[in-house]
Structure formats: C-alpha cells, structure tokens
Ligand binder design. Structure first.
Ligand code: CLF
Ligand code: SF4
Length: 297
C-alpha cells in the first residue's frame, strides 16, 4: 500500500516493478539494448557483454536500432498486458549513446504514451542531459554509484573518457564522483525519482558503501540497491581475471541491514539483462527477437 509515501510519489512507484517491491509481482518491465558504447571502464566489466551496473554481466543482448526498439515495445505491450515500464540499461551506458537513447524515447512517447520511461546510467554524462531527460517525462533514473571517495574509486575505475580526453587514477574517479553527485542533485531538484545502484566488492568498497548510502540519501535519492559483484573471468576484465570474489549472501544482507535505517533499500533486484522482458525474475526475451518481431506485421 501507499504507507507513508506522499501521493505524487506513490503515483510514480505503484506500478514500477523496481521502485516498489509490491509492484514487482504484478507489473512487468522491458529493456531495449540500444546503447552499445560506454564512456568509462569498470574493473568488473567485460565490454563484450551487457553493462554490469544494472544488467546481468556476461550475457550478450541483441542490439537494436531505435526504430527496431520502438517496434519491439509495441509488440511486447500487446502481448504482455502488465507491461508498464520501458528501461534503457545498456549494454553500455545509455548517456554515452544519447542520440540512440533519446531517439528511442521519442519514438516510444509517440507510439506508446502510456509506457513509463526509465533510464540507468553510470552518471558521468548525466548533468549534460538532465533537461532532456526531464523533457521526456522520465520519472525514474538509476545511477550506479560505487564510491564517493576517489581513493576507493581508483581501484574500481581504470579510466573515464570525458570531453575528448581520457583520465586515469584518482583524477578519473574524482571527476566521476563529482559528476554523479551533481547529476543526482539536478534530478532530485526536478522531482525525478532516483535509485542508486551500488556493486558490493569485498575488500574494495564493502565498508565504504555505508558512506555512499549517506551521501546519496542526503542528495535526495529515493531508493538504494546494493547488488553483489558477480565475479568470474568472463565477467570482468580485471576483477574477473585476478580472482576478486563477490560477497556472500550473508555479507550482502548485513550491509543492506546496516543501511536500512537510513533509507529505502531495494532487495528484490534480479540483475536483469539489457534486453530483459517480463516480470522481474522472468525472462521472455527469447519470444521477442528481432526476426520474430519483424515477422509480426
Ligand atoms: Fe530496468 Fe532498471 Fe528501470 Fe528497472 S531494471 S532500467 S530500474 S526498469 Fe530493476 Fe532489473 Fe534490478 Fe535494474 S530488477 S537490474 S533494478
Ligand atoms: Fe561496463 Fe561500467 Fe560501462 Fe557498464 S558503466 S558498460 S559496467 S564499463
């Protein structure tokens, strides 16, 4: 139920499967993989596969053009009546591919105006696009924030690419955290609900995520989703190869519990693929491949 939530917020979360634990039993989301490029490098990422920030790492999604994506949304919405949310979450960073991402939103806003638009980003390019995001009535944005201390960030991000220049080490992580915090503030000022995803990496940022939780709460984030690092050689260029482990279920829960008093914690994330379709935890993407959709005329 609505609980303590103000009505205008309740209206935005009641049928969003990620923002409301209750809604995820009844409402479905779909992702379209229109964004292949990325503007940063995470040590847990292998670029051949989906963005590990918000999507299940290590699976290859079928890349679509914005036109194919719009067609897919219509096909899915007519087949799955619980479809309420369209998210763009990869396979790279949606805002490193702004033309493709916003063209997709534009086409869907025209052809399926009832579908809510959702976006997930690493945040580096976010401040440049906040007005466009607001202009498309995107009510839900996820930023993956793994640190607020560049010393920690330097162990997670080997480089970021910004304004035609590559930054490394402390400088790269400082730039990224400044842009993430600014982007978060700009979104919450405009009344856009922000979820923060953090990847828990034992020995790197596990202790530090309590501080991240405080920093994002104070800037108005609505929900914090701490996800476990999924580590294996094919999933991470650096962490995967050097044997970096993921947290145990107990370690993850202990950290979520520690942050719980501070703000709403998401505990039902299923680390979906960048082309996921259906209820959370259910994957119907194989029913909606491009050849099947193109044959659906
Ligand atoms: Fe997709 Fe993300 Fe929007 Fe949800 S997923 S862009 S907020 S519509 Fe949800 Fe999937 Fe977890 Fe993401 S369960 S990976 S949190
Ligand atoms: Fe990979 Fe990180 Fe870019 Fe996502 S944000 S595609 S995990 S480098």
């Amino acid at each position: 139920g609505q609980g303590d939530l103000p009505t205008e917020i309740w209206e935005k979360v009641k049928n969003h499967p990620c923002y409301s634990e209750e809604a995820h039993h009844h409402y479905a989301r779909m992702h379209v993989a229109v964004a292949p490029a990325c503007n940063i490098q995470c040590n847990y990422c292998n670029r051949k596969y989906d963005c590990a920030n918000e999507s299940r790492p290590g699976v290859v999604s079928e890349k679509l053009t914005p036109e194919q994506a719009a067609k897919k949304v219509l096909a899915v919405a007519s087949t799955i009546p619980q479809m309420t949310v369209l998210g763009i979450a990869g396979p790279g960073d949606p805002l490193a591919n702004p033309e493709k991402t916003f063209k997709t939103f534009e086409l869907i806003a025209k052809t399926a105006p009832d579908i809510k638009l959702c976006l997930s980003t690493n945040g580096l390019a976010l401040p440049d696009h906040v007005d466009t995001i607001a202009g498309f009535n995107v009510d839900h944005v996820t930023i993956t924030i793994n640190m607020v201390d560049p010393e920690v960030g330097a162990k997670i991000y080997p480089w970021v690419f910004w304004k035609h220049k590559r930054y490394t080490g402390y400088e790269a992580a400082k730039l990224l955290t400044d842009r993430q915090m600014l982007g978060l503030e700009m979104l919450t000022e405009r009344g856009i609900l922000c979820k923060v995803n953090s990847v828990m990496i034992p020995g790197i940022n596990d202790k530090h995520l309590v501080e991240v939780n405080r920093a994002v709460k104070s800037r108005g984030a609505f929900l914090h989703n701490i996800m476990p690092l999924i580590s294996s050689p094919e999933h991470g260029t650096v962490f995967g190869l050097n044997g970096q482990r993921g947290p145990t279920a107990q370690e993850l829960k202990a950290l979520q519990d520690e942050c719980e008093g501070e703000m709403n914690m998401m505990r039902h994330c299923r680390q979906c693929r960048a082309d996921a379709v259906g209820l959370l935890g259910e994957d119907r993407s194989a029913e909606f491949t491009t050849d099947k959709i193109m044959a659906m005329e």
